[in-house]
Design a protein around this ligand. Structure first.
Ligand code: CO
Length: 177
């Protein structure tokens, strides 16, 4: 299937990344096309997950594929994390909105999620390990919470030159200089 819509990544510190995303109400062909385009953008960018604000869209839509196998494509619309449990694990995370930046992030190993799919059918599932981490990272995006907020002070210091570069690039694009 051809990808009619080619989405562009939204990089830090674009303001849309800081806004709480809004509930999806229309489960129509436009939503299906948007979800397909999000998968396309995620794959092109080499990511394992993508949230709608990362392509400049305010809807509560996540696409994920933690394994790279086509059958593991997962769409979570209007997701809620209803429970987090298990041991707190520390693992390196990256983010397509922060190219080249990586940081160790603490998260509970398991999360229980309710959501709907692109057709509006309910999903209720518990994720653990890497998938749970990706779900929690992407869910953060819908709340306007970013990798930079989850970093230790040491990681923030280490990544400061790259973070400042992103801010500079954003300012330059805004002023057209
Ligand atoms: Co991210």
């Amino acid at each position: 299937m051809s990808e009619a819509l080619e989405l562009q990544l939204t990089l830090y510190p674009q303001p849309v990344l800081r806004k709480r995303a809004v509930e999806v109400e229309a489960f129509d062909a436009d939503l299906g096309a948007f979800v397909d385009a999000m998968f396309g953008c995620m794959r092109r960018s080499g990511g394992v997950g993508l949230a709608a604000p990362q392509v400049g869209d305010r809807r509560r839509v996540l696409v994920l594929n933690p394994t790279g196998k086509p059958e593991d494509d997962l769409v979570l619309i209007n997701p809620e994390i209803v429970d987090r449990s298990g041991p707190i694990t520390l693992h390196e995370e990256g983010c397509l909105s922060f190219p080249g930046i990586y940081a160790e992030v603490r998260r509970p190993d398991r999360c229980r999620v309710t959501a709907v799919d692109a057709a509006g059918a309910p999903i209720e599932a518990t994720y653990e390990g890497f998938t749970s981490r990706v779900v929690q990272h992407e869910f953060d995006h819908l709340e306007g919470v970013l990798l930079v907020d989850r970093m230790s002070p040491a990681d923030k210091l280490q990544n400061r030159p790259l973070l400042e570069e992103l801010v500079e690039r954003y300012r330059a694009e805004r002023t057209g200089s």
